[in-house]
Design a protein around this ligand. Sequence first.
Ligand SMILES: CC(C)(COP(=O)(O)OP(=O)(O)OC[C@H]1O[C@@H](n2cnc3c(N)ncnc32)[C@H](O)[C@@H]1OP(=O)(O)O)[C@@H](O)C(=O)NCCC(=O)NCCS
Length: 404
Amino acid sequence: MRSTTDQDRDVFVDTLHAAFGRFPETPAEDGGGVWWAALEMDRNLLAVTAEGRPVGTAGAYSFELTLPGETLVPVAGVTAVGVLPSHRRQGVLSAMMRHQLTELRARGEAMSVLLASEALIYRRFGYGPATYTQRVTVPRHRGAFAGLRGGEADAAPAGTVEVLRRAECGDLLEEIYDRYRRTQPGALSRPPRWWASGAGQPPIAPASRYAAVHRDPTGVPDGYASYLIGEGQTLTVDETITANDTSFTALARFVLNHDLVDKVVFKHVPPGHPLRWQLTDFRAGEVAGDTDWLWVRLLDIPRALTARGWFTDGELVLDVTDPFLDEHDRYLLTIQNGKADCTPTDRAPDLTLDVSDLGSIYLGGTTPSTLVRAGHIRPHHPNAAHLADTLFRGDREPHCLHWF
Ligand SMILES: CC(C)(COP(=O)(O)OP(=O)(O)OC[C@H]1O[C@@H](n2cnc3c(N)ncnc32)[C@H](O)[C@@H]1OP(=O)(O)O)[C@@H](O)C(=O)NCCC(=O)NCCS
């Protein structure tokens, strides 16, 4: 296992592509594409054979994650994980994960996050799914908004919408994204170099897009929808970034009123989003692609638990097992006035749970009682699941749409 430097960028990228059975879409001489340009080569690992041949890769980005209560914490965004097909199921990934988690702890990061290519890979390493996402498709002719609250939803939207070419308004989008992600639990920062090339278009597929930018009545930009009209007169919104519901509604109405469009696909909608409730026809919003998105791995449990905001006072004893790192600790979580204290204890536990399940409930997007009912978390008394649900509840549904 060895750490990489900038000199290893090409071999790192080539090894990773070979693991996925692909070739780089943008040649290295053109900067290697958005994703490669953003790699932090001083944070990455190469697994090599005794002869020095690279067979595995694992990387990390330096992100900030927004926690319930609008707290921002530095996290490692694990990325670029791959093992050559010729060297799989021999423990290469396990060795890389062990090495990486030890390094992340040494750097003082209290948690790491990732997006999983397959749901079977990362639980064993202590990661649990913590945010979810869906795709909502609305046929344009059924996309009328309901006149609720005395018809105010039908009134002319306050503010304006302007259409820009996404690649030409990177600074504006970056500013809107940054404001949004600071209040949205589960959201990640997008480092400036991410935007530098292609204005933050989803890496790997840097297709051209338009950005419908919303400004509030005073002219301040407070949201954008990045979109393109493709096959079958389908308008696909790949991300809707809004600082408030008014801005979302204005942008949703804008794309649903677009001429020469048969249907609108809203990608990356959190499962609890009000969009379907806003339509006159609730069934007009067809949900598909319901899946996990951000996985969370706690590395320093007391620091992680005391970092987030809490909304109900109470006490809970958590007995946490971490088989991958061979750890088993019991904590007393005491919440008072929105803040938690977390100390080792030998009191009888309310719940026994794996660190991956703690990652899943941490942001408030998965209720402890769901994991009790699924047989993951073990309650030690009849009220334990309800108590944990009440305490772990967040201020809003966590959501992440950053791809990395
Ligand atoms: C996923 C991948 C990195 C696993 O690497 P690996 O070196 O074969 O993993 P390991 O040998 O360390 O496996 C550790 C354990 O995880 C299991 N495992 C690994 N990958 C798995 C998968 N895709 N599905 C189910 N189980 C998997 C192994 O069976 C093994 O279980 P065991 O300890 O009970 O025997 C590799 O298969 C790969 O490169 N896949 C394609 C690229 C990819 O999906 N990368 C992940 C991006 S998020």
